[in-house]
Design a protein around this ligand. Structure first.
Ligand code: ACO
Length: 426
């Protein structure tokens, strides 16, 4: 027997029974609830706070319990035992790879890391002070012009090709954007290195024949990439799916996701956290800052989450990774400010009542800074980590027979049908 929801429309006295599946009703089922001559009932949900846009088998989150799983595997286990490319494979194909599958996957990614030289010139065209996220967004979008076949989104083999290319080229694009701002020559990929070690080499190599990053730092960045790899229907993934629903190519869809991620309420928060910590500067300024937040003058960046009403499980893992990184680089003095902020906020009625806890961005900026990244690069790192998630969600969308072009309704609040007034009479 299917569960149902009974609705009585008090305007007409009519009763309706709607099926409940997976804890949801279909919004389209509400359309039958109508008063003569008027459009059927719809839902109004700005910010999609209570609307499911798809069925997905990629990422599970229980925000109240602080649980995050990719394809059923807890994030804590993946962060401890897996590599970023292995997790990418898992997100994209649903299962952990065998050794042979992993070797092939790593090989494929490694051999697609180079960019067309024209793309390098394209990046060189940006101003010296261009934000690397703007450069990344534009250059990912430009990739669609280099691979016009990417528009054949219905062809699974073609999709695999574009997915491989994009995951492979993201670190190269991110590193070139970084070197551009620094005014340093771009460093080409080194196929002998792992995904993350190669990224660090493209960022920091100068005249040495091979750049060898400290293995502990490589590992910390791998963990950060894993933690950011997917997060179900967040703002940027929704942007990717929305653009993808028009059957646009994946480069255009991911460029839209990068645009959304750039926003300070989303991926841009890690940059905002570090600026906030620098502004606070010292632990004895924390209490005043918290008062400012409670008065509505400030926002405690890196705190709060639409889904997590408990400690973000990723923040816990990052806090531990901080220790490993600081062992190599020395402790970031802003760590003390962050810890004091967390301590005070977690005891304060304002934050407790609203269930505001540290999110993934609260501590990640401290690690990034210790790794010598300027704040403008933080969101680029997030974007590189999130790319396999965006692409897994895009693939799922393309294969989902229930999906349609994303096209929400509106409640029109403007004036209706007016006579045009010539300019000399206004
Ligand atoms: N500092 C102070 N107050 C906050 C904060 C915060 N960081 N976050 C939420 N609140 C307050 C709101 O003012 C609101 O209070 P009210 O009920 O008195 O009006 C209440 O908590 C609920 O907040 P909403 O804004 O309604 O929550 P929403 O789910 O829409 O927003 C968001 C979530 C955008 C993440 C928000 O918590 C925020 O702005 N946080 C700071 C930015 C940040 O860290 N973003 C990163 C999120 S993680 C990610 O994208 C990777």
């Amino acid at each position: 027997m299917t569960d149902t929801l009974s609705i009585r429309d008090n305007r007409t006295g009519k009763e309706y029974k709607l099926p409940i599946t997976d804890g949801t009703i279909r919004a389209a089922d509400l359309q039958q609830i109508a008063v003569d001559g008027e459009p059927g009932l719809a839902t109004y949900d700005p910010g999609f706070v209570n609307t499911a846009s798809c069925r997905s088998s990629i990422t599970f989150i229980d925000g109240d319990a602080g649980i995050l799983e990719y394809r059923g595997y807890p994030i804590e286990q993946l962060a401890e035992h897996s590599s970023f490319l292995e997790v990418s494979y898992l997100l994209l194909y649903g299962e952990l790879p065998t050794q042979e599958q992993l070797d092939n996957w790593v090989h494929e990614i490694t051999y697609h890391t180079f960019l067309h030289e024209n793309l390098k010139q394209f990046i060189q065209g940006f101003r010296y002070d261009a934000h690397p996220m703007g450069m990344l967004m534009a250059s990912v979008s430009a990739l669609s012009t280099f691979y016009p076949d990417a528009r054949e989104v219905k062809d699974p083999e073609n999709r695999t090709m574009q997915i491989t290319r994009l995951i492979a080229k993201m670190p190269t694009l991110g590193a070139f954007a970084f070197r551009h701002v620094q005014g340093r020559p771009y460093v080409y990929p080194d196929n002998r290195l792992s995904y993350t070690a190669n990224f660090l080499a493209m960022l920091f190599k100068m005249s040495e024949p091979t750049y060898e990053a400290d293995e502990r730092l490589v590992q910390a960045l791998e963990i950060l990439f894993i933690l950011h790899a997917d997060h179900e229907q967040n703002c940027s993934t929704n942007a990717v799916r929305s653009v993808g629903s028009a059957e646009a190519d994946p480069y255009s869809a991911v460029a839209a996701g990068i645009g959304a991620l750039f926003g300070p309420l989303h991926g841009g928060a890690n940059e905002a956290v570090l600026r906030m910590l620098k502004r606070i500067g010292r632990t004895d300024h924390v209490a005043d800052f918290i008062e400012g937040v409670k008065d509505g003058q400030e926002r405690l960046m890196g705190f709060g989450h639409r889904v997590y009403k408990n400690y973000d499980p990723r923040a816990k893992i990052i806090k531990k990774a901080c220790d490993d990184v600081f062992e190599v680089t020395g402790v970031n003095p802003l760590l003390k400010v962050a810890q004091e902020l967390e301590k005070i906020a977690l005891q304060d009625e304002y934050f407790v009542k609203r269930k505001l806890y540290p999110n993934v961005d609260f501590y990640s900026g401290l690690i990034y800074e210790a790794l010598q990244f300027p704040p403008e690069m933080f969101t680029v790192l997030f974007a590189i980590g999130r790319t396999p998630g965006w692409l897994a969600q895009w693939s799922e969308l393309v294969e989902d027979k229930e999906q349609k072009i994303a096209r929400p309704k509106q409640i029109y609040t403007g004036i209706r049908t007016r006579e045009f007034v010539p300019i000399d009479q206004r």
